[in-house]
Design a protein around this ligand. Structure first.
Ligand code: SF4
Length: 283
């Protein structure tokens, strides 16, 4: 059970992300649920951009679940080689599609239990397919970006994706589950990157406790002083990581901007001064 303060903090994050990335959507190019399912399997340990380079040729050659199920292993491996782990991915895709043909008439099922029983399909992939292809909020997609950002924002202390998802599901209204993931992934790619979070440009700067962030992001536009361990613990408690309370900004950023970020925009470039504040939007 999450505290009211923790829920308020989560609501602030949701609101700011929604204002910043109103049109965020899945970056995997697809035309139907089957294509999204296969693209999501391919995206394991691979960038969406790389997957998007591979899938047009793959789906032109093997347009249906039956075609993919019947594809020779070696041929399929060649088609998807550049996505990495191609042998196991090809094996999973063939087995998954065989199940689709044998048990679901070649269609992608619309329920979590059926999806997670398919080869190569875990809860994350099932959530992606249900949320994006069918608009069904079965859970919160927790990929590497969502996991990292959730911890930094004080929304969870968990490290395992399943537990992070449980924390997020308890904090967020169900209506936000699908879009929240898309927005977090966009934010993780553009601003709150793994190695160098751009706190100084971040619209969440005022509300984010920055758990585990050592330094302000930009060399010439620091988010503020590095958080001292005691301050960090206090911020984590305040932000309500699992059971804390509402977050209070500790860094000197401006209030979160309402300006929207185009979801297909390029990653924000390094600012040349302090002028690029969140209140002026992120480009
Ligand atoms: S303030 Fe920094 S740590 Fe927090 S979400 Fe923004 S970039 Fe990430």
């Amino acid at each position: 059970m999450k505290s009211p303060q923790a829920r308020r903090h989560a609501a602030q994050v949701v609101e700011i992300l929604a204002a910043t990335y109103p049109d965020a959507e899945c970056a995997l190019v697809h035309e139907n649920p089957l294509q999204l399912l296969i693209a999501t399997i391919l995206s394991a340990q691979c960038t969406d951009a790389r997957v998007n380079m591979v899938t047009p040729g793959l789906f032109a050659k093997y347009p249906t679940a039956k075609a993919l199920a019947d594809a020779p292993q070696e041929d399929l491996e060649k088609e998807i080689q550049s996505t990495g782990f191609f042998r196991s991915k090809a094996k999973n895709i063939r087995a998954c599609c065989r199940d689709l043909v044998d048990k679901h008439g070649g269609e992608v099922p619309r329920d979590l239990d059926s999806l997670v029983q398919l080869a190569g399909v875990g809860r994350k992939t099932a959530n992606v397919v249900l949320g994006t292809a069918f608009g069904i909020a079965s859970g919160v997609v927790v990929d590497t970006h969502v996991a990292r950002l959730s911890k930094r924002m004080g929304l969870t202390r968990a490290t395992q994706p399943e537990k992070i998802e449980q924390d997020l599901m308890a904090l967020l209204p169900e209506s936000e589950w699908v879009n929240f993931s898309h927005r977090m992934i966009h934010h993780g790619r553009r601003i709150c990157t793994a190695r160098k979070p751009l706190c100084g440009q971040c619209p969440l700067n005022d509300v984010c406790p920055k758990i585990g962030v050592q330094y302000g992001a930009l060399d010439d536009e620091p988010a503020g002083k590095p958080i001292k361990p005691t301050a960090r613990r206090k911020a984590a408690k305040t932000a309500g990581a699992s059971e804390g309370s509402g977050a209070k900004a500790r860094s000197p950023g401006k209030k979160a901007g309402k300006a929207a970020v185009k979801t297909n925009s390029r990653p924000a470039k390094k600012a040349t001064g302090r002028g690029r504040s969140a209140s002026r939007g992120i480009r």
